[in-house]
Design a protein around this ligand. Structure first.
Ligand SMILES: NC(=O)c1ccc[n+]([C@@H]2O[C@H](COP(=O)([O-])OP(=O)(O)OC[C@H]3O[C@@H](n4cnc5c(N)ncnc54)[C@H](O)[C@@H]3O)[C@@H](O)[C@H]2O)c1
Length: 445
């Protein structure tokens, strides 16, 4: 079977009617990963549209997989990705719109979940129960309670779970973390993180019959049923609490994760936010589009995230990034490398990776970090990895910061937390710890 990421991307681009003459190249390391059939991992993909399609390419590039199954509730997406997979040299995978059917396939070793957020933990737990390893996109869960059940299930079934916070697999970021752990930046006490984009209005949807190509019942899955509106699917679901988790879980999940890693902190003692909807105020978007979230940790350490969904403000020339303060200087880090400055703001060390620019308007992601991150997941399944980049506990703890910011926003309260137990105090905050499930879809480990 021969397949290259370049070929996959080219075929994908042709199908999408766009030109990508300079699409990512098939890396040499991928060839090195083509191992024997015993190491081949049989993968099933749940959600193969935008991010899911990028992940198909990354998993292929990571090497030595078989794509045995795909699952999507949009029949057009199934048709397109089946053709892409076949054109890439694989056998046509088994296809279904029901993840429960896909999980019955004993031949499948692992699942990649890139369906909407309300499906992440429920599908992840079902997959663990079916004996599969799980690569799950960020956020790990739709709410804290689901994250806790997901952790419990991973411990019970013992399979590998990796969240899609791909910067955890950045060699440059790991090198920086070592620099910090070695004390070279002094005592690190604060991080500022940010994200800016120029998202447009999602308009005002009309209640209509769900289109023929969509299984709306399975799209909703564990979420309580609502009538279909013509501006939910695809992507805009991000901005409705029933399914989405806001820009915090959508994008702060990446930079808060790196900040937390750098500062070596876990659960905060206090969380406060200021935010609101300032753009397109008469459309259906239920959340903030502009927010500052502040997290205070034990020992006077703090992290802030500034999210501008509709105002693409660049800081230090970057649409997203992390600024870390130490007593010997500061560092700016993003997916493309880092710059270390001394206490007098003099650049003393930098590492930049060419062609890894971060354009926040690219909603698909993909690229080399995702290739490395998926390869790390596969190597953990094979037992050949030196370490796991993003075990479920790390993914959960970083996702929790995002959930706490959302809860602070929704309650309008500063959250007081029990940092040791990983819980919040107060009735209003605790009322948002979990969600109501559609009858028959309750989660259990
Ligand atoms: N790590 C990253 O850099 C990154 C980048 C983009 C998106 N993401 C994450 O990936 C996920 C998907 O994002 P997207 O932008 O591709 O969303 P999308 O709405 O464009 O695509 C979701 C796909 O999932 C399918 N789907 C919905 N319910 C399903 C079900 N029950 N079974 C199978 N398929 C189902 C939809 O039909 C659609 O094809 C989100 O959770 C998002 O947060 C991560």
């Amino acid at each position: 079977m021969t397949m290259t990421r370049r070929k996959f991307l080219e075929t994908s681009a042709v199908a999408a009617g766009v030109a990508v003459a300079s699409a990512a190249t098939f890396s040499a390391s991928s060839y090195a990963r083509i191992l024997g059939a015993n190491d081949r991992v049989n993968m099933g993909f749940m959600g193969v549209r935008s991010r899911g399609e990028a992940l198909l390419g990354s998993f292929i590039n990571a090497g030595n997989i078989n794509i045995t199954n795909i699952c999507d509730v949009d029949s057009r997406v199934i048709t397109k990705s089946s053709a892409l997979i076949k054109a890439a040299g694989f056998n046509t995978p088994k296809a279904t719109d029901d993840v429960r059917v896909m999980l019955e396939d004993k031949n499948m070793d692992a699942i990649c979940i890139a369906a909407p957020d309300h499906w992440h933990a429920p599908a992840g737990v079902m997959a663990l129960q079916a004996g599969k390893h799980v690569y799950v996109e960020k956020p790990l869960s739709h709410n804290p309670h689901e994250g806790e059940i997901f952790i419990e299930a991973q411990q019970k079934y013992g399979k590998i779970v990796q969240m899609g916070n791909q910067q955890r697999s950045s060699e440059e970021t790991a090198e920086l973390i070592k620099y910090i752990r070695d004390g070279k930046l002094g005592h690190c006490y604060r991080a500022e993180t940010w994200y800016g984009n120029n998202r447009g209005s999602i308009g005002n949807g009309k209640v209509v019959t769900a289109p023929d190509w969509l299984n709306w019942d399975l799209w909703q899955g564990p979420a309580p049923r609502t009538e279909f509106k013509d501006n939910y699917v695809h992507y805009n679901w991000h901005w409705f609490w029933n399914w989405g988790t806001g820009e915090l879980c959508n994008n702060a999940a990446h930079e808060l994760d790196i900040a937390r890693w750098a500062l070596d902190v876990e659960f905060p003692e206090q969380v406060s936010v200021t935010g609101g909807r300032h753009f397109y105020t008469d459309d259906d978007w239920e959340m903030y589009d502009s927010i500052e979230a502040r997290y205070d940790f034990k020992g006077g350490k703090s992290i802030e995230w500034t999210g501008n969904s509709c105002n693409k403000v660049l800081r230090y020339g970057r649409g997203r990034g992390i600024l870390i303060f130490g007593t010997k200087g500061h560092v700016i880090v993003d997916r493309g490398g880092y710059e270390i400055y001394d206490i007098n703001d003099k650049l003393i060390k930098e590492r930049k990776v060419p062609n890894r620019a971060v354009n926040t308007s690219d909603l698909k992601g993909g690229g080399m970090l995702t290739d490395i991150h998926t390869a790390n997941f596969l190597d953990n399944i094979r037992g050949t990895a030196a370490h796991q980049s993003s075990p479920i506990k790390e993914g959960h703890t970083s996702t929790m910061l995002c959930h706490l910011g959302n809860i602070a926003y929704r309650t309008g309260e500063t959250l007081e937390c029990d940092a040791v137990k990983g819980k919040v105090k107060g009735a209003k905050a605790n009322a948002l710890w979990g969600r109501d499930f559609q009858s028959g879809w309750d989660m259990k480990a």
